[in-house]
Design a protein around this ligand. Structure first.
Ligand SMILES: [Mn+2]
Length: 358
């Protein structure tokens, strides 16, 4: 068990006047127990109450190490786990439920009146997870260093003129070489007009002279994620492309400059968006400026125009402004940043200098 994290969760439950809840997302269970379990369609639930009881309901098919701080309630395929759970749940108290728990489990809870009412308790866990502890920060730093090294090898491959899909395949080997255990999300490799689609799915496209090349990549190690984007150009660079690159770079730097405790997420978004708007490209910056990241590549929280939450030390999120001219080109520059007591630490160090690959 990660006792300090559990205590932070219980504190937050008390703040929200919630006495008991079940945590069911594998990412949140990993966060609290250090064990990653993918239960498929079978029930997996970590029960927590404010008295400090912690019980994991788990099918016997998933082997799990004993943990003296955690009661394991093991069931098998011919038992009904909900019948077992009901004896451990306080029938007079509202029960918190994870946002992604399959509804058929919850409906059964409701039909059997296992608790007098239910609330979505994911925000209680998610908001604690937003503030990374030292162990998490160390893993995130290490992951971003791996991503920097992979990016450096990847950019060197562009001159070989492989198609987008082929690059994705090679990339998977590069992460292995550098010590990651795979991707944190499917890499986004986009050439020329494909780069104008912020979520282009890599295909057999080959490079043409003058293409902008978006490389949006992330690896996974020890169940934490990295995420970084660089844009380079192939053989030639038009004045327009150079101008757009410089605007996006300036937007990335302006936004990073705004990151410090006390700022609001929307202020950071505004810094990037304002700069791009002032250059007349506002309508071509079609997405939010960034997202929180950690165990999941999109952890709870984002850097958007409507998020007025206050930035706090320990938060880690992306800063990734972009400009996309349909059927022409796209430019995005993304770094992960850690909020510190003093301000900001940028976790990526791979160069943002404009590069034309020969
Ligand atoms: Mn991202």
């Amino acid at each position: 068990m990660k006792e300090k994290r559990v205590l932070r969760i219980i504190e937050n439950m008390q703040k929200h006047n919630l006495k008991q809840m079940i945590v069911t997302s594998p990412a949140a269970i990993f966060y609290l127990t250090g064990k990653w379990i993918e239960p498929g369609e079978r029930l997996l639930a970590l029960y927590i109450n404010v008295e400090g009881d912690k019980r994991l309901f788990i099918n016997e098919l998933f082997p799990i190490d004993k943990d003296e701080d955690l009661d394991l309630i093991i069931y098998n395929d011919v038992q009904d786990p909900i019948n077992i759970m009901r004896d451990f749940i306080n029938r007079d108290q509202i029960l918190g439920i994870d946002k992604n728990w399959p509804s058929h489990f919850l409906i059964k809870f409701m039909e059997n009146n296992i608790a007098p009412g239910y609330v979505n308790s994911s925000p209680i866990v998610d908001r604690v997870r937003m503030i990374k502890d030292e162990e998490e920060i160390a893993l995130m730093r290490e992951n971003s260093k791996i991503n920097d090294r992979v990016m450096s090898k990847l950019v060197a491959l562009i001159a070989k003129d492989y198609d987008e899909k082929k690059i994705c395949g090679i990339l998977s080997e590069l992460y292995e070489e550098e010590g990651a255990s795979g991707f944190s999300f499917h890499p986004l490799i986009a050439y020329g007009k494909n780069a104008a689609e912020p979520h282009h799915d890599s295909d057999k496209s080959r490079l043409s002279t003058g293409d902008s090349v978006i490389l949006d990549i992330g690896g996974r190690k020890d169940n934490y994620c990295s995420d970084m984007t660089r844009t380079v150009f192939y053989k030639e660079l038009s004045d327009e492309a150079k101008n757009i690159y410089n605007i996006v770079l300036e937007a990335n730097l302006e936004a990073i400059d705004k990151v410090k405790p006390g700022a609001r997420f929307c202020d950071i978004d505004r810094a990037a968006r304002g700069l791009i708007e002032n250059h007349g490209y506002g309508k071509y910056f079609t997405h939010r400026t960034g997202h929180n990241i950690g165990i999941e590549v999109h952890d709870f929280g984002d850097v958007s125009a409507v998020n007025e939450d206050i930035v706090q030390p320990g938060m880690i999120f992306s800063i990734e402004p972009g400009i996309y001219l349909p059927n022409k080109l796209g430019v995005r520059i993304e770094d992960l940043v850690l909020v510190t007591e003093q301000g900001v630490e940028v976790l990526n160090s791979y160069t943002k200098k404009l590069q034309v690959i020969e």
